[in-house]
Design a binder for this molecule. Structure first.
Ligand code: SF4
Length: 460
């Protein structure tokens, strides 16, 4: 499997990469398929069926809204979050939608968007079926898609071919599947992990302006932190959770002298960055999927820590940080999972923490062995982390969990930097352990909101 930096980091909207970004992309693909098969002109009605975790936590994760936006032809990286409510209200009122922005068809969200609770498709816990009918009610197209985490989407055909070798039409100079291959290859070439990934990126189609596109990712992350700090009020959903980032920032800015008394104020800043991003994510705002939306605050928070607190930070460092983080994320995507519906929260916060830890270690001057060590520590202490969002909302424990993941990543980088790169547990071992732990985890801890905090904490 070959992955791009821009597969791991995508500009999207909240609150979930697997439950919002993925289903929206799937609906876009369904439209493309209708057009490619010359069915589009005949479509009179569309229907969506959601299965497994997409049904169980679909409401809280805005999967219903994502499907409708995708059918409208809206794109995850372009849709204006401020227009979403108006789009949805119009569909609910008219019981019609403007398919691909071109053609009005019947779609009543009450009956045409079906959450099949307790029913899963056998290939993956995040399944959805999209069906188009003509005016006589005859099925024109019936597509099945799987949102397999981090905004990645596979069709029924694609998921059945997972693992097969495909001709990509390009050859990476430094192909790798495991951490050992990655480290050995970088060591042999005498280059950093970031340079290795950037060299691989350069041979892919549409590889112009890689540096500018990577810096753009940081710009979107940084804008998200700023927006999250500026907003007040409560987050959407039944928890009526108050936003906290704005107040925390005001306290930090209004009392700068306190940071002289308490050096750990630095932690408050990192917590602030993570919280600001995840409050924006919970509100359906613009975020960078990194590598998922639920965990979207960890990498921006640790990168903001680098930019604002590490002396001599610069744009080269930002590119190195994100390229290193992407390399580590690719290892999880290739060998385990970044989907909480498959492996629990260790696949979201755990992976983001591991990516951020290795990346921070790299920009702090760590060797490739120390980077591998930092990434390994970042996951080792997230093993077994379950996904149990209260009321199916990406809010509790998710927002605070990003602050914890960020601090853990910084600590992991520091532990690795203080060592010499030698360590007992390899990154490959910890990734495999994470995968096995995820397979052993009961479904109730895998983004179904049927276990853990989701049943033991009162929702409102
Ligand atoms: S508990 Fe973790 S994996 Fe589950 S929705 Fe929240 S952040 Fe995502």
């Amino acid at each position: 499997m070959s992955l791009s930096i821009f597969d791991l980091f995508k500009v999207g909207i909240g609150p979930s990469s697997s439950h919002t970004v993925g289903p929206m992309i799937a609906a876009n693909r369904f439209i493309d398929n209708l057009k490619a098969n010359q069915y589009f002109a005949q479509v009179a009605r569309v229907k969506a069926n959601l299965y497994g975790s997409l049904a169980m936590t679909g409401k809280g994760h805005s999967t219903d809204i994502a499907v409708m936006l995708g059918l409208l032809g809206e794109k995850v990286d372009k849709v204006n979050p401020d227009n979403v409510e108006q789009f949805i209200q119009q569909i609910q009122r008219d019981k019609q939608l403007n398919l691909a922005g071109e053609k009005r068809v019947k779609f009543d969200p009450e009956t045409d968007l079906v959450m099949n609770f307790g029913e899963s498709l056998k290939q993956h816990p995040n399944g959805m079926r999209l069906t188009a009918y003509d005016s006589a009610g005859i099925i024109l197209l019936n597509d099945v898609y799987f949102s397999v985490g981090g905004g990645f989407v596979l069709s029924l055909d694609e998921i059945s071919k997972t693992g097969e070798t495909v001709d990509l039409g390009f050859v990476e100079p430094y192909p790798f599947n495991t951490a050992k291959e990655l480290v050995d290859s970088a060591a042999k070439a005498g280059i950093s992990i970031a340079d290795l990934v950037l060299a691989n990126e350069a041979v892919r189609p549409n590889s112009e302006d890689i540096r500018q596109r990577v810096l753009h990712l940081w710009q979107v992350m940084s804008d998200c932190i700023d927006r999250g700090c500026a907003q007040t009020g409560v987050l959407p959903g039944e928890l009526k959770l108050r936003r906290r980032a704005h107040k925390l920032r005001a306290e930090l800015v209004d009392h700068p002298e306190k940071s002289l008394q308490d050096p750990l104020t630095l932690m408050d800043w990192v917590n602030l960055y993570a919280m600001a991003v995840n409050e924006e994510n919970a509100a359906g705002g613009r975020v960078v999927t990194a590598p998922t939306n639920g965990a979207a605050g960890v990498i921006p928070a640790v990168l903001a820590y680098y930019v604002k607190f590490i002396p001599n930070s610069n744009e080269d460092g930002i590119v190195k940080f994100l390229a290193t983080a992407a390399a580590i994320g690719m290892l999880y995507k290739k060998n385990a999972s970044i989907s909480a519906a498959e492996v629990g929260c260790q696949g979201e916060i755990g992976v983001a923490c591991s990516m951020a830890a290795g990346a921070l270690c790299a920009v702090m001057g760590g060797s490739i062995y120390q980077v591998e060590n930092a990434a390994e520590i970042g996951m080792e202490h997230n093993l077994g982390l379950t996904c149990d969002p209260i009321a199916g909302l990406v809010q509790v424990p998710c927002i605070e969990r990003n602050t914890m993941g960020s601090m853990k990543a910084i600590n992991a980088a520091r532990l690795a930097i203080r060592g010499d790169g030698e360590h007992h547990v390899s990154l490959d071992s910890v990734i495999e352990t994470m995968r096995q732990t995820g397979m052993d985890m009961q479904d109730k801890y895998k983004e179904t909101s049927t276990g853990g905090l989701a049943v033991n904490a009162v929702a409102c």
